[in-house]
Design a protein around this ligand. Sequence first.
Ligand SMILES: Cc1ncc(COP(=O)(O)O)c(C=O)c1O
Length: 393
Amino acid sequence: MLPSSDAISPQSAPIPLDYQATTPCHPEVVTAMEPWWRDQWGNPSSRQHRLGLTAAAAVQVAREQLSICLSCQAEQLIFTSGATEANNIALLGHARAVARKRGKPGHLISMISEHHAVLDPLQQLQREGFRITLLTPQPDGLLNREELEAAITEDTQLISVMLANNEIGVIQPLPEIAALCRAHGVTLHSDAAQAFGQIPLNTKLVGADLLSLSAHKLNGPKGIGALICNPDTALEPIVWGGGQEQGIRPGTLPVPLIMGFAKAAELALKGLDSRSERLGALRNRLWEGLRQKHSTLLLNGSATARLPHNLNITVPGVSGNKLHRALRSRVSCSSGSACSRGEPSHVLMALGRSHQEAEASLRLSLGHSTTDKEIDQAIDAISEVIHKLRHKA
Ligand SMILES: Cc1ncc(COP(=O)(O)O)c(C=O)c1O
């Protein structure tokens, strides 16, 4: 029998502060998806009957709506299963297409603080003969632009720099990196999974040739995302099939998820400024509250170039294992990415934190429904746990 969600009582649930791992679907997103699961169940590639044509028309409306949210052309949007797949298509698909034209594999540059959905495809490209350079961020998590420029060589094909980091929330200066890429004739890819819906994202201003998105980070459904492609950017598929999505991402389109993605984007952009301001103030209150009680806490990542809903701190002198175990019943948070496979955060270690410090770190990420009361309760819970661990040692 499949498990039921009734088993979890909301009264005893820990305070949710892990919204960068994923977010709940907005009720209006669930409503927008509903008819497309049940009544309008057509395949948008079926062009010979009404069910299929209705589904295709709906996908087109959703595509246009998303493109308005992103200030791009509807044709630039390739639906994928999420940001992982979008990153894989961008990196493998572009690198292989260019290598085929040039007759040999070239050079790609990225950062060691990227998500595994970028680092792992780069590792695959390395196995295929491509040269990969991974730059170390500065202690505040930001890219050093001089180092980036110095790393570019004649055979550099692509640079991949995420817009906002999933662990430390640091926002990279993408428009400046894009200008550098243009000056050197290099393609720019950016993983914007954590940025879309949280900060204004105008694809023209960001300037990337390839941009990866995910719906479940902005109160949309899991299992849908997109790659925004500049039409002049060489790209080949990484899987082959029925030719959907301009042949770049074949497979039957998940109509309900696409409808949910478009609705989530529309809702996320509505009131984005006021929500950012509210969540930024709550995040600052969390940090100040914790720091007042424990002045030795360390902030990870830039204090200013940062997503408003992210806080990442190191608790010196305590065991990460014990810290997370003691917090588990009171606050839902993480020590790093949900995709970290239990290893200490490679992002925090890239900033210079030790293995032990990286383990004793908390990523606290706020969501639309986070309240003042939850933040105050979280300050008390985290402070108490730190106090107990420090005084037991
Ligand atoms: C920066 C970043 N990239 C990629 C992903 C993977 O996205 P998805 O779950 O849509 O495949 C995530 C989510 O964990 C992320 O935070």
